[in-house]
Write a protein that binds this ligand. Structure first.
Ligand SMILES: [Mg+2]
Length: 162
């Protein structure tokens, strides 16, 4: 496969991961998912997940196993996040290396074609997933909670004024 194609996700999702339609993944035949962590599930300076993320991952689990595979070397951070989701995790994965993704797929007992790799970076998440033949989804980085709060406040103020 030409390198350009390896950097091309199967799906470019224009919003954060919590807007991604789980039923669409099911329709693609997805039976297991690998999720990136930093900026996909939570901004890099946060380690408490929003209820929206926790709820979305709960929905995703209806398709099959969900693993967190992160390049972050801080195992404790990834562990803290994984515990909130009750998901197995791998830190220090060195994506675009395939090794740790393969490990997750083997643990799931699924062929790569029936799995999705979802993340916010082409050079790591998408490249690694495409190299294995997973269904790759590029999402927008998740907004930091304080930004969401400010925006919610702004929406609320505008609603009051209109
Ligand atoms: Mg990331």
């Amino acid at each position: 496969m030409p390198w350009r194609d390896l950097l091309r996700p199967r799906l470019v999702h224009s919003g954060p991961i919590t807007d991604l339609d789980v039923a669409m993944l099911q329709a693609q035949g997805i039976r297991g998912t690998v999720l990136d962590v930093d900026d996909t599930l939570v901004p890099t300076h946060q380690q408490v997940l929003t209820s929206a993320v926790i709820h979305w991952v709960e929905q995703l689990k209806s398709l099959g196993p969900v693993w967190l595979v992160s390049n972050n070397l801080h195992t404790r951070r990834i562990q803290t996040i994984a515990h909130q989701l009750d998901c197995p995790y791998i830190a220090g994965a060195a994506k675009p290396s395939r090794r740790k993704l393969r490990q997750a797929l083997q643990a799931m007992g699924l062929p790569a074609a029936q799995t999705a790799m979802i993340g916010d970076r082409r050079l790591t998440d998408i490249l690694a997933g495409n190299r294995l033949g997973m269904y790759t989804v590029l999402v927008q980085p998740i907004a930091p909670p304080h930004w969401l709060t400010l925006r919610n406040l702004e929406d609320w103020l505008i609603n009051q004024l209109l």
